[in-house]
Design a protein around this ligand. Structure first.
Ligand code: ACO
Length: 415
């Protein structure tokens, strides 16, 4: 076989295909462009319905967030992240024995393979923790001999592994970037307490543990948000759960989604004082700049998660004058944004506005805010990917092609 033979073969096929496929676009499409008659485009898939689910419900008009029928306020008050994750994965609140069994697995899985820590250590300290998180989850997938067993049973086990390890990885990243050795999890601590312990190296007080637990519960699931949808899309091709979650992490990183918690804090720091809020906001509006931590595709009412996180932020802000200053800026900004955009565009604070203030008051580095989101959202990503896998169908939308359809190929020497 020679290169010339291959060239001739492709040419023959191209000529034959041109003859056989000549003519108008397929019936039902207009002749100018690949545009189905009567089709409308919902940019960003707004309002598009892709599947049914029993996992969670967001009512944007009322400001409801429900996991498996249970209101997020009830869960934040009475549940734990471990129990909420079980609820999302299995569809019911666990019995004592079921919760014990689930906890035992989390304890065992929390310990990271040395190879993953080695991969993290080889990365630059300046990498964004979300990129490092994706790298580490990808490494975990490469290390798991069972990764390509695409059965609901095996993928559920991987979901539990990833739930346990996301916190360990984020903890290790937080320490390594500050030139500190990772800390092993403590089997006697809860998931929230372990996570704080693995970041700081100090066992947290009860209040910090409670705040982190409530925050993890409130971030665990949220409808077909961008990162959940991304995870589901990848999983629907029957890829492995690690790859699906890596994709979800990539999606969460963006500042229009989970990355907004980090971006929101930078904005508060940029504003600098409550007196600067008004002029800052006027300038931002004139520049058509979005205020991070505000607005939502689904909520046209106050985000229920922010209803809880706002007052917690107020409480923790009292810890020191810097936190109090940022909180004062935040409430002045909320008042200003709602006054101007609340009625007109139904723009209110979202979950990312106050979560960052809380983490900041807890002395957590700003670049770690979005990884905290991932430590929680792994529950929703995997629960929904697994639910979809049970009756899987490849996600495959279409785009309307608006380019030319009969362009001539110009050889490079003639361009
Ligand atoms: N600040 C100022 N104006 C805003 C904001 C905002 N935060 N959000 C929306 N708007 C305005 C837009 O400029 C637009 O105005 P226009 O109609 O005059 O052009 C209108 O509201 C609609 O905005 P879109 O961006 O088209 O609405 P979408 O449904 O895509 O928005 C989104 C959702 C992306 C979250 C948006 O509100 C935003 O960018 N917010 C800031 C980033 C953020 O906080 N993201 C976190 C969301 S929660 C989460 O993912 C966990």
């Amino acid at each position: 076989m020679t290169k010339v033979e291959i060239d001739e073969l492709i040419k023959r096929v191209a000529v034959k295909a041109a003859l056989e496929t000549e003519g108008e676009p397929e019936p039902g499409l207009t002749s100018e462009i690949n545009w189905p008659v009567n089709a409308t485009i919902n940019r960003g898939l707004e309002g598009a319905i892709s599947n049914t689910t029993k996992i969670g419900y967001v009512n944007g008009a009322k400001g409801w967030l429900i996991y498996r029928g249970l209101n997020c306020f009830d869960l934040a008050e009475k549940s734990s992240f471990e129990e909420t994750t079980y609820l999302l994965l299995y569809g019911h609140l666990p019995s004592r024995a079921e919760l014990q069994g689930f906890n035992d697995k989390l304890i065992a899985y929390r310990i990271l393979p040395d190879a993953v820590l080695d991969v993290l250590k080889a990365m630059p300290k300046t990498s964004h923790p979300m990129s490092l998180l994706a790298t580490a989850v990808s490494a975990l997938g490469s290390l798991d001999d069972e990764a390509d067993d695409i059965s609901v049973t095996n993928e559920t086990e991987i979901a539990i592994k990833l739930t346990a390890r996301m916190a360990s990885i984020a903890g290790a990243i937080s320490r390594l970037r500050r030139n500190k050795e990772p800390v092993n999890p403590d089997p006697d601590l809860t998931h929230a307490a372990n996570f704080l312990y693995m970041m700081t190296g100090t066992k947290p007080d009860e209040a910090s543990e409670r705040i982190m637990d409530a925050s993890l519960i409130l971030h665990a699931d949220h409808g077909m948000n961008a990162s959940t949808f991304t995870t589901m899309v990848v999983n629907s091709s029957l890829s492995d759960m690690y790859s699906s979650v890596v994709a979800g992490i990539g999606s969460l990183k963006g500042s229009l989604h989970g990355g907004a918690n980090e971006a929101a804090l930078y904005i508060l720091e940029e504003i600098g004082s409550p007196e600067n809020v008004k002029p800052w906001f006027e300038k931002a509006r004139a520049e058509k700049r979005k205020v991070m931590g505000f607005g939502h595709r689904v909520y046209k009412a106050y985000d229920p998660r922010a209803r809880i996180l706002g007052p917690i932020a107020e409480l923790v802000a009292q810890k020191n004058s810097e936190s109090q200053k940022l909180y004062n800026i935040a409430i002045a900004l909320e008042k200003e944004v709602i006054e101007v955009l609340g009625a007109e565009k139904k723009i209110f604070p979202n979950v990312d506005f106050y979560s960052g203030l809380i983490y900041n008051a807890m002395s957590i580095q700003t670049v770690m805010f979005t990884p905290i989101f991932a430590v929680s959202r792994i529950a929703g990503w995997t629960a929904r990917a697994l639910e979809y896998l049970e009756d899987n169908r490849l996600f495959r939308p279409r785009a309307v092609y608006t380019g030319p359809i009969k362009a001539e190929y110009t050889p490079i020497q003639d361009r």
